[in-house]
Ligand binder design. Sequence first.
Ligand SMILES: Cc1cc2nc3c(=O)[nH]c(=O)nc-3n(C[C@H](O)[C@H](O)[C@H](O)COP(=O)(O)O)c2cc1C
Length: 197
Amino acid sequence: MSQETLGPDPLTVFEHWFAEAQALDPRFADAMTLATASPQGRPSARTVLYKGLDRGALCFVSNYQSSKGQDLEQNPYAALVFYWSGLNRQVRFEGRVRRAPAAWSDSYFAARARSSQIGAWASTQSQVLASREELEARIAAAEARFSGQPVPRPEFWGGYQLEPERVEFWLGQDARLHDRFSYDRRESGWLVQRLSP
Ligand SMILES: Cc1cc2nc3c(=O)[nH]c(=O)nc-3n(C[C@H](O)[C@H](O)[C@H](O)COP(=O)(O)O)c2cc1C
């Protein structure tokens, strides 16, 4: 594979690879690892689901008060990684994360299943629970609160958008001679370089 084959815009390349991954195996093609770091530089990573591109940024949704939310509040730099085993391809993103505009989060939340909307209200994500019963009681309380009416988006829940400053494509090849291409954002556009595997 060559730089010319990939093309000059990393998000176009990513959309292409993502479509191929979904076509091959739609189960969890949208699962990506999100790494954040505390202000003290302590990293943590977890899986979140990719929710598409918005104005050049990768979207995901979460609880703003979760551990990741607290990291991002204080240190907006984060990384995202996809690995699609069927294609033996990896894509890495690094950049700043911002909250999605309220209108984006509202429209995403409104389209979710009601059970997911209730779940967003019921879960104090990343906080300690005394028992599963406590969670079930919180779900019952949210169901009662919004009985017979639409569930509004909680203020503490919504979208995030990572605007990439660096993107790397990794394509597994025979004999460990893998292809790697990095895209670094410059004033003039993207600087594309081949990296040693
Ligand atoms: C396949 C998969 C998809 C997930 N998708 C999301 C997601 O889209 N948003 C989210 O907040 N958590 C998602 N989770 C849960 C997170 O991995 C994590 O447990 C949770 O967000 C709390 O992380 P934190 O305590 O670091 O904030 C997902 C987990 C798995 C295994």
